[in-house]
Design a protein around this ligand. Structure first.
Ligand SMILES: NC(=O)c1ccc[n+]([C@@H]2O[C@H](COP(=O)([O-])OP(=O)(O)OC[C@H]3O[C@@H](n4cnc5c(N)ncnc54)[C@H](OP(=O)(O)O)[C@@H]3O)[C@@H](O)[C@H]2O)c1
Length: 261
């Protein structure tokens, strides 16, 4: 059933580690072939090899930077004629937390390149093919940070808000065409990217989720769009962050971000 609606191939953008690798393994376990995109070839190949051995599906890897302006052409070339029935757009974390004006503009533009431009290009290209087939699934991984502006992550929070609005709109527009669309909001999750950033996960009083838990909630709630917040504690926090009292929301996100280093 899963493979019929979302197969024969799923593309996972940012599929070489953390939440994205969790999605790749879980989708492959349903018998769907996976195409993994990330920048570094070696981690991509390692995940691919593991999935080939355990799930017995076909795995294709493509080393592509999602912020590249020729993303559509690069993905077309890498995908060839495979039929992509599912897209998980996972990549999009920040690599550092710096006040807006202290960050070089080109770095900020790369964050926009992944979370805004790259996402838009990929969903425009692959969404059209799904609509023509009248079936498919789309999951975009967002962040609690998209609910309010927050200290030292201005462009990240703005990009995550963009992702959410785009995805929620597609949920509505593509539903009549048999396509399930979900904005999956993640909270603090123990991923390699967080470790590279040197983010303090313990001792902040904030619960931490494991990448596989987040991915599983995404798959379990693919039909519960437009938006699903992973983790009961995050769903509670989201109620406060979505308040019309914007000062309270920004203070809440900013003090949480500052406590993480
Ligand atoms: N971890 C958390 O606590 C947390 C909290 C809230 C929301 N989220 C969201 O969860 C998602 C995953 O986050 P994450 O912490 O695992 O880190 P991430 O850097 O967003 O994702 C890691 C994966 O994406 C790939 N990737 C990163 N930048 C890329 C680019 N420009 N082009 C192609 N691939 C790229 C990485 O491989 P390469 O480095 O080799 O490219 C890796 O496969 C993000 O959307 C993030 O906003 C995470």
């Amino acid at each position: 059933m899963f493979a019929e609606q979302y197969g024969p191939w799923a593309l996972i953008a940012g599929g070489s580690e953390g939440i994205g690798a969790g999605f790749a393994r879980k989708i492959a376990a349903h018998g769907v072939n996976v195409m993994l995109i990330a920048r570094k070839p070696q981690p991509l190949e390692e995940v691919a090899q593991q999935i080939r051995q355990t799930a017995g599906v076909q795995v294709r890897t493509a080393s592509i930077d999602l912020s590249t302006p020729d993303l559509t052409e690069r993905v077309r070339a890498a995908a060839g004629d495979i039929e992509i029935g599912m897209v998980v757009y996972n990549a999009g974390a920040e690599s550092k937390m710096v006040p807006f004006l202290d960050r070089p503009l080109d770095e900020l533009m790369r964050v926009i390149g992944v979370n805004v431009t790259g996402l838009t290009m990929l969903l425009h290209e692959l969404g059209a093919k799904m609509r023509a087939r009248r079936r498919g699934g789309i999951i975009v991984v967002g962040s609690m940070a998209g609910f309010a502006g927050g200290s030292r992550m201005a462009v990240y929070t703005a990009g995550k808000a963009y992702e959410q609005m785009l995805t929620e709109t597609l949920w509505w527009e593509l539903r009549p065409h048999g396509i399930d669309v979900l904005m999956l909001i993640a909270g603090t999750t123990r991923t390699p990217a967080m470790a590279r950033m040197g983010i303090k996960l313990e001792g902040t009083g904030q619960p931490v989720m494991e990448p596989d838990e987040v991915a599983q909630e995404g798959l379990d709630n693919l039909k519960n769009g437009p938006t699903w917040v992973a983790g009961a504690h995050n769903r509670e926090a989201a109620k406060f962050m979505c308040t019309a009292d914007r000062r309270a929301a920004v203070e809440m996100v900013s003090s949480g971000a500052d406590s993480m280093g």
